[in-house]
Structure formats: structure tokens, C-alpha cells
Design a protein around this ligand. Structure first.
Ligand code: NAD
Length: 413
């Protein structure tokens, strides 16, 4: 069970608490909290059987004080304006926190893509991109994949934009490598999550090589996080996906688990560990609990069951605000999403830079630059956290908001 948490009120509450912490001016606060622009479009789709179905699409541009709007496009039946607004604002703080020259945006279509054929999905994607074209641009707004969108959909977006405006690979990130995607992008969010977990271990005096890790969700982020933490010496004792979880107290053989998962798209039936439900997995005794699937999975009804030292938020918004408060009181540290999963947008930025320069960096160069960005963001957050005796989430928001506020003030209105 999860409680939907990606709503604008929750994100505004977090913003306001952090704005209080840094004493942000009331007028600046009002300006930074409101989205700059919201576009709502009707996207008609000619189905394979000749009928027409219409879908609602969105692109919200939250803030571009520090650079072009940047953020993913989500295809999901629960997408609504409130969710897109909240996620767009989160992108502004995330890009500011890792100090890349972007603002924040988000988009989506209220659709279950599993109900569409591949050709229908392509027609819908292209039509949507044409609808939002007036506000997109290489130096204006650069979309990327999000839930249920992928490199293929980015390729269709790039092609559609190219037909109207000329070949422009940098118009979207998360593209296939063959079309200007960056080496290292696929693993970037999991790599970033593992780097942040390692830094957290040092900061909270936990020995990473003796630590037990539980990971919920074994898709792109969860599986790469497991791979890198395993390589760093941690013991991955439980994993799960939408079909349920597996518990292996002696630690999984992670390479063979990943191999099984990539062939079967599930960890179920891999021949390791014993079955455990997603609900029970949340309460396992461990050092690091890493939710890497959905938002709202740690909430007021299950927060008391947690038996970990640190929650590392790889998913967006996995801890509800009520649960977050409770965890702070119980001295269970929460490493916030805008820090933990910022590796993805960081390498998206590297992809855009490579596209602008029309060259490709080696994967080792990408990974080195990512490591630097993540470590430096962690340091800034942990210093402020100690100085202000606050949560890591508040410190992360404070660093980010301060950076955006400075850019806003310098630019003027
Ligand atoms: P994905 O689709 O590759 O994987 C999602 C995983 O979660 C799958 O293993 C799926 O089976 C599992 N899952 C789905 N429903 C579940 C449930 N009810 N209980 C347990 N597991 C469930 O997605 P992803 O790209 O790995 O993204 C995971 C999270 O990370 C999302 O919250 C996403 O917004 C966030 N995120 C991803 C990136 C990125 O670069 N991929 C960047 C930033 C944030």
C-alpha cells in the first residue's frame, strides 16, 4: 500500500519550512513557490481500430532563474495537474542542490500506456510533443524520461522536434546512445544513490562494508543501486518488486540476481532467498532501507514498524510528511530524494552539454564528474544540517532554495 504524496501542498509545506530556516523574504518566497507557467493540452489519439480517444497532457514550468526548465515526462493514469506541479517544483530544488544550470519542470499524460499498442504509443507521444512545442526549446525547456517513458519515446520526441525545427538532439535527454544519449546515463541514478549511501555511512559512522541493505523496487534505480552497493561491500539482504519481495539474511549473489531480473523483469523465481511481502520488507532490521519504487510507501500507518538506521529515498517522495516527522523524532535519518536520486538529472545535464558541443565523453569521464557533483552536494547538506541542527531534508531544501533565491535576486524582475 502507498499513500499519494506528490502533491503541491506537501511540497509547499517543505518549501516553507526550509524558507523559514534561511529567513527567506516573504515576497521572494511567494514568487519562488508559484509555477512560472502551466500548459494543459488535449491530446487526441487515432487508435489502431480507427476510433479516436482523447487524453489530457501537461507541462508545468516551475522556475528558470538558474537555467532552462528541466524535468521528465510521465505517462500514468494517476497523472494530474497537482502532481505535475509538485514534481516540477521538486526539479527546481534538485537541479539547484547539485548545482547544475537548470530550473525545474515536469510533464505528463493521464494515460495507462499498457493499454496502448506500440504504434498508438508512438502516435500519442508525437502528438503530445507537438502540443507542447510552443514552450519547449534547447535553451528553454528540456524534457526527459520519467515513469513509463523511456529512451525510445525520447527518440520520437527528438524526431518530432527535428522535423519542425531542424536536427536538435539536445532538445531532450535520456535518448538512446545512437542518437546522442550519454554513456553512463542508464546507471546514473543508481550510481548516485550508492554514492550518497556511502557518504551517509561515513557521516553517520556506519561501516558500509559491514552494513545490511534492504531495497524496495528492482527496476532501473533499485537494480543499479544494488549493483554498486554490492561492489562497495554492503550486504543486500532483501529486495522486491511489484510481484513481492525476497529475503536472504546471508546476502544475495547480486550479479546473478541482476542477470535473472534483466531476463525475467522480476526477482520472483530467481532461486535465492525466501518470499516476503513488500509490507514486511519495510520492517526488516537493517542499516539502510532504500525505497526505489513508488511515492508514499512509508506512511503514518507503517512508520512505527521501521527497523533501520537510515532511510535513503531513491524514489521520489517515498516518505510522507507525517512519517518524515515521526522518523526525525525517532532519530532514524532520512536522506532526501532531491539529494539521493539527483544522479539522473546530473547525467542528463552532461548529455545536454555533450549534445551542445557535438561530442561524446568516455563513460569514465561521466562517472568521475557525477561522483564529484554528488559528493559536493552531500557535503554542503551535511554541513548545514549540523550547523542548524535540522533534518537532512530541510538542509537540502535550504541549500537549494538559497541558490535559486540568489539567482532570482540577481536577475531582477
Ligand atoms: P522502473 O519502472 O525501472 O522500476 C520500478 C520498480 O518498482 C520495478 O521493479 C517495479 O516492479 C517496482 N514496483 C512497482 N510497483 C511496486 C510496488 N507496489 N511495490 C514494490 N515495488 C514496486 O522505475 P525506476 O526508473 O527505477 O524509478 C523508480 C523510482 O525512482 C521512481 O519513484 C522514480 O520517480 C524515481 N527516480 C528515477 C530516476 C531514473 O533515472 N530512473 C531518477 C530520479 C528518480
Amino acid at each position: 500500500m502507498s499513500l499519494k504524496v506528490n502533491n503541491k501542498k506537501a511540497s509547499d509545506d517543505q518549501f516553507n519550512q526550509a524558507a523559514d530556516l534561511i529567513g527567506l523574504d516573504e515576497e521572494v518566497r511567494l514568487s519562488l513557490i508559484a509555477p512560472d507557467r502551466e500548459l494543459m493540452v488535449e491530446v487526441p489519439l487515432r487508435k489502431d481500430d480507427g476510433s479516436i480517444q482523447s487524453f489530457r497532457g501537461y507541462r508545468v514550468q516551475h522556475n528558470n532563474s538558474r537555467g532552462p526548465f528541466k524535468g521528465g515526462i510521465r505517462f500514468h493514469e494517476e497523472v494530474d495537474l497537482d502532481e505535475v506541479r509538485a514534481l516540477a517544483a521538486l526539479m527546481t530544488w534538485k537541479t539547484a542542490l547539485v548545482d547544475i544550470p537548470y530550473g525545474g519542470g515536469k510533464g505528463g499524460i493521464t494515460v495507462n500506456p499498457n493499454n496502448l499498442s506500440v504504434l498508438e504509443l508512438e502516435r500519442l507521444s508525437r502528438r503530445f510533443f507537438r502540443s507542447i512545442d510552443p514552450i519547449i526549446g534547447l535553451n528553454r525547456d528540456i524534457p526527459a524520461p520519467d515513469v513509463n517513458t523511456n529512451a525510445q519515446i525520447m527518440a520520437w520526441f527528438m524526431d518530432e522536434y527535428g522535423m519542425m525545427n531542424g536536427h536538435t538532439p539536445g532538445i531532450v535527454t535520456g535518448k538512446p546512445i545512437e542518437l546522442g544519449g550519454s554513456l553512463g546515463r542508464e546507471a546514473a541514478t543508481g550510481r548516485g544513490t550508492a554514492i550518497i549511501t556511502r557518504e551517509s555511512a561515513n557521516f553517520f559512522n556506519l561501516d558500509l562494508s559491514r552494513s545490511n541493505v534492504v531495497i524496495q523496487g528492482f527496476g532501473n534505480v533499485g537494480s543499479y543501486t544494488a549493483k554498486f552497493l554490492d561492489e562497495m561491500g554492503s550486504k543486500i539482504i532483501a529486495v522486491s518488486d511489484v510481484n513481492g519481495g525476497l529475503y536472504e539474511p546471508d546476502g544475495f549473489d547480486v550479479p546473478s540476481l541482476i542477470e535473472f531480473n534483466s531476463k525475467n523483469r522480476t526477482v520472483k523465481g530467481c532461486g535465492q532467498g525466501s518470499a516476503i511481502s513488500n509490507e514486511k520488507l519495510i520492517g526488516l532490521e537493517c542499516d539502510f532501507l532504500i525505497p526505489a519504487a513508488l511515492g508514499g510507501v512509508i506512511h503514518k500507518m507503517n512508520v512505527d514498524e521501521l527497523n533501520c538506521k537510515v532511510v535513503v529515498e531513491a524514489a521520489n517522495g517515498p516518505v510522507t510528511p507525517t512519517a518524515d516527522k515521526k522518523l526525525f523524532e525517532k532519530n532514524i535519518h532520512v536522506v532526501p530524494d532531491i539529494l539521493t536520486n539527483a544522479g539522473g538529472v546530473t547525467v542528463s545535464y552532461f548529455e545536454w552539454v555533450q549534445n551542445l558541443q557535438q561530442l561524446q565523453w568516455d563513460e569514465s569521464e561521466v562517472n568521475e564528474k557525477l561522483e564529484k557533483k554528488m559528493v559536493s552536494a552531500f557535503e554542503e547538506v551535511s554541513i548545514l544540517m549540523e550547523q542548524r541542527k535540522t533534518s537532512m531534508r530541510m538542509a537540502a531544501f535550504a541549500v537549494a532554495i538559497d541558490r535559486v533565491a540568489q539567482a532570482y535576486a540577481l536577475r531582477g524582475i
